[in-house]
Structures are given as structure tokens and as C-alpha cells.
Design a protein around this ligand. Structure first.
Ligand SMILES: Nc1ncnc2c1ncn2[C@@H]1O[C@H](COP(=O)(O)OP(=O)(O)OP(=O)(O)O)[C@@H](O)[C@H]1O
Length: 501
């Protein structure tokens, strides 16, 4: 999105409302629908369609369209580079074509599938952490309206919300797509591990040694300290590196879904189980399975995991034949498992099975020597993502980061830097570009929000709603989620992303 884009008041409040709507939708199909219907309304166009990039990154799948044929599109895949959407995906640039029939990039294949007769079209890329995830198109068929730069700006702003909402809802879809899971180990965000402080060197030394064996590893530490990146590193250092790494978040899914995702199911095991399906454990065969937030696993599943850890075998849901697996298990939690055992929430025998190589990653405030290197690393990453290659950070800003307490740890630091890279008006990020105070409950009046730059205002607003709701319920995220009409798991994810502890 063009950083100089200043939406009108009406556009800003429409975008805020849409952002709320999109972030409160938790399942992928309804989110997709919501995206195309709200963008059609916001941009006052006749129709819109959304393509998502497939697991190979080489094709776009037409995922949803508005208009008369909305519900019943035939599956359509186009190559990256083909047609308008393909051009946008390939070049990662928005494109206006006001006379589609005479533009050589236009391909009639999409019109055929959607039933549209496209006259003018505007398409923008949907990006997430520097990677293209899809293309959003709006179009007119009968109307003679020409799209212009103001439409590009508004659609791009909308697109950045849509990408975040897709990232949030994508978790489930990702878990269902085996190829995506396998690709997960190459995820950009987890490729480089920064280690500077003596305490992190100790952690890494222990884990490197453990990586050579098949021992179960238990990673403890506050949210956002880097447990998942360490788990992926253990996998990469181990002899299993060429095999899959499968990450499973134990709180993101309902009990029943988590069980069938993990263990798979036989045909007819429950309503909707039309065919046999492999579970993630089988997908991880020969590799590593990472159980994130294991402290939140329900007792019934804990018992099944105990069997996997003891005997390396399990049954599919509805199955009678035990299946043997060869997987290395890494588990992580930010909970005090000993407390959880005392409260009867966690099985003691499972804890003993997990507690083989146990490593606690210290919070960022206890290893401040990591902060400068991490900050520079994130500046480089986001500068590349935002196509601002000359952005750097002032030593005084680094010092301010060193002094801060980081309740949300490395994730919070990454968020602060991302915001600074997006919003900084000059090429050197200064102390003023860091929104460290934003961690305080913030009650800026709406009027004041309207005067902030676009990204800042939306983020302040979201943060304010979350913090106020959590404060009102004296820290109960479940009650706060109820008050905000969000799923508790989704609220937890939002808090995590924004570094709200
Ligand atoms: N040492 C590090 N070097 C580079 N990036 C890091 C490092 N530590 C954490 N990060 C980045 O910070 C973000 C948060 O880290 P990660 O997801 O591993 O934390 P976590 O402890 O698993 O969090 P949670 O408990 O909330 O799941 C990720 O984007 C990760 O890539």
C-alpha cells in the first residue's frame, strides 16, 4: 500500500468497520465470502473475485466470487503469469485495465468460469510477510466506470486487512493441506535464528546436542520468546532435517477436530467423514512433530499422546488397527506444567514422558544483548517486505529498545519494528517512530485516532478494544472474548500477534 495514502474520514470508518468484521470471522469459507461482498460494497463495483495461491506457489485458484454465479463457480486454476490475476501475482503490482477486451493480458478463461463479461478491472496482490498469498480483483461489466489511483489505494488498504484476516483463518486450512505443512519448514519467518547473548548461546548449545538424538524435547518460556523457531531449528540440526516438520497448535482447534487432524480418521468414523484421512502424525512420518501450547491440551487427548510417546503407535479415529510412527516429538508451552498437574489439568505421567530434554528460553528482558541484533535483523526483513531497502535504525532507537521490558518478547519486538518500517517518514528509524508506549492501556478518543496515519489508527483501535475488554474482565480472556463476540482462541491469537500479555 502506498504509505502516503490518506483515506477520507468516511473511507477510514468504513475500513475500520470492515477490519472488525474480517477479524471476527474465524472460518475460511465465510471469511472468503465476507471479503468479496464487503469489497464490492466498499468500492461500489459490480463484482469481485479472490484468487489464492496454491501450495506450489505456481498457480492461482479462483476461491470465491460475488454476483449471480457466486455460490457455484467451477474449480478454476490459472498459472501465475496468466491473465490479469496471474500478471498481478507474477509482478506483485496492482493493475488497472479499463478496456479488458483489448488488453493482451486479459484471459477469457476467468469470465468463462464466473459468467462475467468483464469491461474494466482492477487487481491488487495480497501479501503476507513479503510472500504473495493471493490476488483480489474488482470489476465492472455493464458500468462504464473507469478505475483510477484512488481505487487502487483503497483496494490495497482493504487488501492488507484481508491478508491479515486470511493469515489468521489460514491456520486451519494450512493444517488440512499436507503440501502446505511440508512447505512450512521453509517458512521465511523461521529461517534465521539470531543468537547473541550468553543465555541464548547456552540454550542453543543444549538444543544442538539434543538434536542429534531422538529424545523428546520440551520447550518452556513466555509467549513470543522463540520456542517455535527453536523447535524448527532442532529439526533442521537433526538427522531428520530432510523429512517433514509438522507444527500443531493445540489450542487453535476444537477437541474433536484436533483429534482427527492429529490421528486421522477412517471412512464413516463420524458424520462428514466421507473418506479415510491420514492424520498429521502420519504426515510427519520420519520427521518431527511440534506440539505448541501442549499445556492446553484436553485430558482425553493427553491420554492418547501418552500412548504415542510410550509405544510410538496410535489409532485413527474410528480405526481398529494400530498405526506405528517414527516421529521426534517437540512440545512447547508457556504454562507452568507443575501447577497444571496440581490443578488436575495436566497428566503427571505425560509430563514425565515429555520432560526428557527440557529447555527454558529466557524472556527477552533477561537477555538484552540479543535486542540490537534482533532489531537490525527485523529492520532488514521488513525493509525488504515493504520495498524500502534503504531503511536503517538510529543507535538511539536501538538503545530505547534495549531499555524496554518487552512483555510480548521477540514477537512484540518484531511488531514494533514492522510498524516503524511501515510508518517512518525518513529512511532512518528514530525513537519517535517506535510505539513502545502502545503497550499501556490506551484510551485515545476516536477524534484523535482519525488524525493518526492509517495503519496506526487501526492498530490503536484494535489494541484499545482488546485491552479494555481484558481489563474489564480482570484478565479473563475467555470473558473478554465473550464480550467482544470473538472466539476465545482467536482472541488469544490476536493478543499474541499484538504482543498483549
Ligand atoms: N532468536 C530469534 N531469531 C530470529 N527470529 C526470532 C527469534 N526468536 C523469535 N523470533 C521470531 O519471533 C516470532 C515469535 O517467535 P516464536 O513463534 O518462535 O515464539 P513462541 O515462543 O513459539 O511463541 P508462542 O509461545 O506465543 O507460540 C517469530 O516470528 C520468530 O521467527
Amino acid at each position: 500500500m502506498d504509505p502516503s495514502f490518506r483515506p477520507s474520514r468516511e473511507q477510514l470508518s468504513a475500513l475500520l468497520a470492515i477490519s472488525r468484521l474480517l477479524t471476527s470471522s474465524v472460518d475460511l469459507p465465510s471469511l472468503l465470502k465476507l471479503i468479496v461482498t464487503s469489497v464490492t460494497e466498499l468500492l461500489e463495483c459490480e463484482a469481485s473475485s479472490l484468487f489464492l495461491i496454491d501450495a506450489t506457489g505456481e498457480q492461482l485458484i479462483l476461491s470465491v466470487v460475488t454476483g449471480p454465479v457466486g455460490g457455484e463457480i467451477k474449480e478454476l486454476r490459472i498459472d501465475v503469469g496468466e491473465g490479469i490475476a496471474g500478471w498481478v501475482a507474477k509482478n506483485r503490482k496492482s493493475l488497472i485495465v479499463n478496456d479488458a477486451k483489448h488488453d493482451p493480458r486479459f484471459s477469457p478463461a476467468v469470465d468463462k468460469a464466473t459468467g462475467f463479461q468483464t469491461r474494466s478491472i482492477l487487481a491488487v496482490p495480497l501479501m503476507d510477510h513479503g510472500q504473495i498469498v493471493g490476488v483480489l480483483e474488482i470489476l465492472n461489466t455493464a458500468k462504464a466506470k473507469q478505475f483510477d489511483q484512488s481505487d487502487v489505494d483503497l483496494l490495497s488498504a482493504f487488501g492488507s486487512y484481508a491478508s491479515v484476516a486470511l493469515r489468521n483463518a489460514g491456520l486451519l486450512a494450512t493444517m488440512r493441506e499436507e503440501s502446505q505443512i511440508l512447505k512450512g519448514s521453509a517458512d521465511e519467518r523461521y529461517r534465521t535464528l539470531i543468537v547473541e547473548s550468553p543465555r541464548m548461546h547456552e540454550v542453543v548449545d543444549t538444543l544442538r546436542r539434543a538434536a542429534r538424538s531422538n529424545s523428546t524435547v520440551l520447550l518452556l518460556g513466555e509467549s513470543g520468546v522463540g520456542k517455535e523457531i527453536l523447535a524448527r531449528s532442532v529439526h533442521n540440526w537433526s538427522p531428520r532435517a530432510s523429512k517433514p516438520f509438522v507444527a500443531v497448535n493445540c489450542v487453535a482447534l476444537s477437541d474433536q477436530l484436533l483429534e482427527s487432524e492429529l490421528f486421522g480418521h477412517e471412512k464413516g468414523a463420524f458424520t462428514g467423514a466421507h473418506q479415510q484421512k491420514k492424520g498429521l502424525l502420519e504426515v510427519a512420518q520420519g520427521g518431527t512433530i511440534f506440539l505448541d501450547e501442549i499445556g492446553d491440551m484436553k485430558p482425553n487427548l493427553q491420554a492418547k499422546w501418552l500412548r504415542v510417546l510410550q509405544d510410538r503407535e496410535f489409532d485413527r479415529v474410528g480405526g481398529t488397527q494400530p498405526i506405528r510412527v517414527d516421529v521426534r516429538v517437540i512440545a512447547a508451552t508457556n504454562q507452568d506444567l507443575k501447577e497444571a498437574i496440581k490443578d488436575g489439568r495436566f497428566r503427571k505421567d505425560l509430563f514425565f514422558r515429555l520432560n526428557v530434554v527440557t529447555v527454558t528460553t529466557p524472556p527477552l528482558r533477561e537477555r538484552r544483548d540479543d535486542i540490537p541484533a534482533l532489531a537490525r535483523f527485523f529492520v532488514g526483513r521488513y525493509a525488504k517486505d515493504m520495498k524500502r531497502p534503504h531503511v536503517s535504525i538510529d543507535p538511539k532507537a536501538i538503545e530505547a529498545l534495549r531499555q524496554y521490558d518487552w512483555p510480548g518478547n521477540v514477537r512484540e519486538l518484531a511488531n514494533v519494528i514492522e510498524r516503524a518500517v511501515v510508518l517512518a517518514s525518513r529512511d532512518v528509524i528514530s525513537v519517535d517512530d517506535l510505539t513502545l508506549e502502545a503497550m499501556e492501556p490506551n484510551a485515545r478518543p476516536t477524534e484523535e485516532l482519525m488524525d493518526l496515519p492509517f495503519h496506526k489508527s487501526v492498530e490503536h483501535f484494535k489494541r484499545m478494544r482488546l485491552q479494555t475488554a481484558i481489563a474489564k474482565t480482570r484478565g479473563s480472556k475467555t470473558k473478554a472474548a465473550q464480550a467482544l463476540q470473538l472466539q476465545p482462541t482467536y482472541l488469544s491469537r490476536l493478543c499474541k500477534q499484538m504482543g498483549i500479555s
